[in-house]
Structures are given as structure tokens and as C-alpha cells.
Design a protein. Structure first.
Length: 74
């Protein structure tokens, strides 16, 4: 059982670390902007509602109204 668990953990970590930036189809860090830093489509975000960036615990946070929508074109 222990061998199977270790083998599974090794295979799982190998697949995660085997990715390259070209494998990523979309990445939006949401650090100061809702726009994507990497996207196969348009990186521009459409924001509806009240939302703004504020200092967070680690990096930035957002302060949003009751309803807000952030969307990206595919």
C-alpha cells in the first residue's frame, strides 16, 4: 500500500512539473488588472459592476459590490 501511494505521488508531481508556459491556455494573475497576462483569445477583461483593487494579505485583493462580473472572450 505504501509503495502504491509513493508511486502515485511521484506520478502526480511529475505531471504537474512537466508543464511549460505553452501548455497554459489562459492565465490572469488579477494583480492590479483583470486582464490576462497570457491568453489564446483576447486578454482584455470585461468588468461589470463596482469592483476595485485594494491591498490584500498577500498581494492585492478586490473590493466588490454585491454583484460584479468579470469575463474574458474565448
Amino acid at each position: 500500500m505504501r509503495t502504491v501511494t509513493l508511486l502515485f505521488a511521484a506520478l502526480l508531481s511529475a505531471s504537474v512539473f512537466g508543464l511549460t508556459p505553452e501548455d497554459c491556455t489562459f492565465y490572469a494573475p488579477f494583480d492590479g488588472s483583470f486582464d490576462a497576462s497570457q491568453a489564446r483569445g483576447s486578454p482584455k477583461a470585461t468588468v461589470k459592476g463596482e469592483v476595485r483593487f485594494v491591498p490584500g494579505i498577500r498581494g492585492q485583493g478586490i473590493l466588490a459590490g454585491v454583484v460584479f462580473i468579470v469575463s474574458h472572450a474565448a
